[in-house]
Design a protein around this ligand. Sequence first.
Ligand code: ATP
Length: 234
Amino acid sequence: MLELHNLNVYYGAIHVLKDVSLKVNKGEIVTLIGSNGAGKTTTLRTISGIKKLKSGSIEYDGRDISKYSASDIVKMGISHVPEGRRVFSTMSVLENIEMGAFTRTDKPQIKKDMDKVFSLFPKLYERKNQYAGNLSGGEQQMLSIGRALLSRPNILLLDEPSMGLAPIIVKEIFSIIQDINENGTTILLVEQNANMALKYTNRAYIIRNGVIDMEGDAASLLNDEKVKKAYLGG
Ligand code: ATP
């Protein structure tokens, strides 16, 4: 469904992604694991057209989307939930979710999709008229995911959904990510929290200094001594 072939991406003179190749099959949850500064966010930003690549290609449903604009990529079914949540804090929860439908005009279906988001996240429904800035960190993450779902993505790109959240909330978020996946959305997520991510993932890639270092199914990576030592806290 989504295939990156030898992506090379730079910030100025800094070579940040080096021949990165990875693949996400339809229906999968795939995780890109790596420490701070490894290139995870840059990978997602490149897929979603925010950051341009120097060379390589991004194949989505058989065509190269690497030259498309970010808004065209959303329209084609790829939605990105950025790191740090970035909700519109002085807008209500409801207005934030509505913003996710900015590429759409089919009002009745938008309403149905909003209802679906509220059934997935009942906490957001309870607080739908409150300022997004007053939500807890976990609720803001839910809002950010809910907003992304309003573009009806085939693929959801999630940047560190667990960042800064208490373990019990992280569990809740991952279980919702699993529900979203079971409802037909393919997921590529990036995480430093490898322990949690690998439990909910089909396959994973490990990126180190801009290079894909390892790849495999989640179960075998969870049992790999090198991975345990470097990414799973021993
Ligand atoms: P983190 O978890 O800290 O976000 P990451 O794996 O997502 O880490 P990236 O954010 O992709 O890493 O950063 C990869 C490298 O690119 C880092 O060395 C970072 O300093 C550099 N970098 C990221 N954004 C910029 C930018 N706007 N300008 C210059 N360098 C950048």
